[in-house]
Design a protein around this ligand. Structure first.
Ligand code: NAD
Ligand code: IPM
Ligand code: MN
Length: 375
């Protein structure tokens, strides 16, 4: 069979630093057991590319990336220190546009962000049960608050008005929620009945749960649509418990009792916010993987990128933790059918964490430690 092709897109800020780590680790994995993968480096999308070409990526970028089975991206966004006049500065609206264009243009409608606290990772919550955090947040990735249609900032009067349209369709809601239940079913099969125990609205307690997030008390139109579709789809998955939280209360419970969550399904914006919070539950943004996929189709490449951004506050200093990118690389390896390599990589990241817990480490230290822990 043909080797599968990966495009490596380092991007901005700490993106190239953590991408270098991912490439080194991929090469090390490949030396141990050939992966059947090839990878190319792309200079775009990036602020550097913009400096040279006055655009974040070539006009036909979306077509070009379709030559690949999967895309691995560092991060985008380079606002830089706003005091540095020499610096090539782009507003986020320009530098991040490619990310949203890929998600939408490649029909990657589900964003999955698992949050587990690996032993040795910083545990920010004092309650010992926080060590048991093991949740999967699934974020709507194609519409909702990010649809960016029809909005406007009406300028030119003392009473300026900004309007921002949000669009939620039954089609996108239903596929998202069905996917969340399917993942809950897989997680239940993997962990076995009785190993975890969640409070559920429909059945008292269950060994797997999907929690729906809305703000239906203040945003009733899409709140009602999500609630209705959730109930319909839940009926197809009688073994999975269900639960609902308003997003504000969910934020509270992510901090107060995060071990009571299993699969969490949320809109685009709510999912974005909740997953930075969930990242802290797993030890910080430096440990939080993420992927953008179309669970129904491989017709387009999927896009793998950590939850974190370009971290301009630490960029260029070698301080970025590449573990989020390496765990993201493991998700990508699973996606392209290299499940054994993915598992070896996850175990190496875990082993490196345990053996170096509490130490202050550079990007290079972590990369070398993970490679040494590969077997
Ligand atoms: P950020 O995620 O870049 O950083 C938030 C904080 O977490 C910073 O203090 C940073 O130093 C720290 N951090 C992030 N990743 C880390 C890592 N791997 N190791 C150690 N510390 C890490 O978020 P921000 O500061 O709000 O945004 C910076 C830029 O990134 C903005 O332009 C934003 O729009 C963009 N952004 C891009 C993406 C993406 O490309 N997927 C995601 C989020 C933010
Ligand atoms: C993320 C990021 C993006 C988002 C930004 C950079 C547009 O925060 O991937 O979480 O909001 O989706
Ligand atoms: Mn985000």
């Amino acid at each position: 069979t043909e080797p599968r092709r990966i495009a490596l897109m380092p991007g901005d800020g700490i993106g190239p630093e953590v991408m270098a780590a991912a490439a080194e680790v991929l090469a090390a994995l490949d030396r141990q057991t050939p992966l059947g993968l090839t990878w190319d480096w792309l200079d775009w999308p990036s602020t550097d590319w913009h400096r040279q070409h006055d655009e974040m990526m070539p006009a036909d970028a979306l077509t070009q990336v379709q030559a690949y089975d999967t895309l691995l991206m560092g991060a985008l966004g380079d606002p830089g220190p706003l005091t540095d006049a020499e610096r090539y500065c782009l507003p986020d609206s320009v530098s991040l546009a490619p990310l949203l264009q890929f998600r939408k243009g490649l029909d990657l409608w589900a964003c999955e962000r698992p949050a587990r606290l690996l032993p040795g990772a910083p545990q920010y919550l004092a309650d010992p049960r926080a060590a048991e955090v093991d949740m999967l947040v699934i974020r709507e990735n194609s519409e909702g608050e990010y649809v960016n249609q029809g909005g406007r900032l009406h300028r030119g009067s003392a009473d300026e008005v900004a309007t921002q349209l949000e669009v939620f369709t039954r089609r996108a809601t239903e596929r998202l929620i069905r996917h969340a239940f399917a993942r809950a079913r897989e997680r239940l099969a993997a962990r076995g009945q009785g190993s975890r125990d969640f409070h559920c609205a429909n059945k008292g307690r269950a060994a797997a749960q999907v929690c729906l997030i809305t703000k239906r008390n203040a945003q009733p139109y899409w709140g009602d649509l999500y609630t209705e579709v959730f109930a319909e789809v839940a009926a197809e998955f009688p073994e999975i418990g269900v639960h609902h939280e308003l997003v504000d209360a969910a934020c509270m419970k992510f901090v107060q009792c995060p071990w009571t969550f299993d699969v969490v399904v949320a809109s685009n914006l709510h999912g974005d916010i909740l997953t930075d919070l969930a990242a802290v539950l797993s030890g910080g943004l430096g440990l939080a993987p993420s992927c953008n996929i179309n669970p129904d189709s491989r017709a387009m490449p999927a896009l793998f990128e950590p939850t974190h951004g370009s971290a301009p506050d630490i960029a260029g200093q070698g301080l970025a933790n590449p573990a989020a990118m390496l765990l993201t690389t493991a998700l990508m390896l699973d996606w392209v059918g290299c499940a054994q390599a993915a598992e070896r990589l996850r175990q190496a990241v875990a082993k490196d964490l345990v053996t170096t817990a509490g130490q202050q480490r550079t990007c290079r230290d972590v990369t070398a430690g993970v490679i040494a822990a590969l077997h």
